[in-house]
Design a protein around this ligand. Structure first.
Ligand SMILES: Nc1ncnc2c1ncn2[C@@H]1O[C@H](COP(=O)(O)OP(=O)(O)OP(=O)(O)O)[C@@H](O)[C@H]1O
Length: 259
């Protein structure tokens, strides 16, 4: 059975449909990369899969169960979410923010116990963030804060991990760390769904790639079939080249214009 699936899904805000006819299933042990232009609907789709926005049509199935009948905490035990990092918020201690990922496993209003704190520390360690446990999140850089949000999702220990542009504020090295973490989660049996603005990330980590643009979802399909110059031009409106480098596929936009 798929860990997360949707059927005939229409997504949008109020009466405004952003995309329709969406159907796919996420299997254990796989990384699925969602690509699409700004405003294409990636965040709207992820938030609909999490039950944070109601579907305009169709349904979402979490391990075979209709999302509509599920309590928030039951969803959180099955799906961890890394939202796009936003500045501001409360001056919480990093360890406390990561431990909030454990709320899915605790009775209402219960404090995290020793096992929860250990899970939070282990999640920080996976991202090389052990030294940040006592810092305030408001005093972190954008990339450090992003890694705290990823650690919080790891601490949640959910079968499905959904990440919205997790690489957005990460430097070159931390992007590699994140992508390795996505593969590691898949190797541990999770289903990972992540959005990115870098088609190269799809070549690096994806088992399957889906393209959300023009009000519809293409795929998911194999990276080499989905990330092609023709499709990149259709999705992003720029010509692109794809070639082999160091034993793997890479892509780059062609800028054109004056030399
Ligand atoms: N709260 C909202 N109310 C109404 N419309 C919204 C809301 N949030 C997003 N939209 C609209 O829905 C469409 C899809 O937005 P969404 O944020 O899902 O795109 P995205 O693919 O994640 O974009 P980006 O790559 O820029 O983050 C856009 O046209 C956007 O203006």
């Amino acid at each position: 059975m798929s860990l997360l699936a949707c059927e005939g899904l229409s997504i949008g805000h109020g009466s405004r449909v952003v995309a329709a006819g969406i159907g796919f299933a996420l299997e254990a042990g796989t990384v699925t990369v969602l690509l699409g232009p700004n405003g294409g609907g990636k965040t709207t789709l992820l938030r609909t899969l999490l039950g944070l926005i109601p579907p305009l049509a169709g349904r979402v199935l979490v391990a075979g169960e209709d999302l509509r009948g599920m309590a928030r905490q039951a969803v959180a035990r099955k799906i961890a979410y890394v939202p796009q990092a936003a500045p501001g918020g409360f001056a919480y201690r990093v360890l406390d923010v990561v431990a909030m990922g454990r709320a899915a496993h605790l009775p209402l209003l219960a404090q995290p116990g020793a096992r929860d704190v250990a899970a939070a520390r282990a999640a920080l360690a996976r991202l090389g963030m052990e030294g940040f446990a006592e810092r305030r999140v408001t005093e972190l850089s954008g990339g450090e804060r992003q890694k705290v949000l990823i650690a919080r999702a790891l601490a949640q220990e959910a079968a499905v991990v959904v990440m919205d542009e997790p690489a957005a504020s990460l430097d070159f090295g931390n992007q590699a760390l994140l992508l390795r973490e996505a593969r590691r989660l898949a190797a541990e049996g999770h289903a990972v769904l992540m959005t990115t603005h870098h088609p190269d990330h799809a070549f690096l980590v994806a088992d399957r790639v889906a393209l959300l643009h023009g009000g519809a979802l293409e795929g998911p399909g194999a990276p080499a079939a989905m990330v092609t110059p023709e499709r990149l031009a259709a999705v992003y409106g720029v010509p692109a080249v794809i070639g082999e480098l160091g034993g793997r596929m890479v892509c780059a936009p062609l800028l054109g214009g004056p030399d």
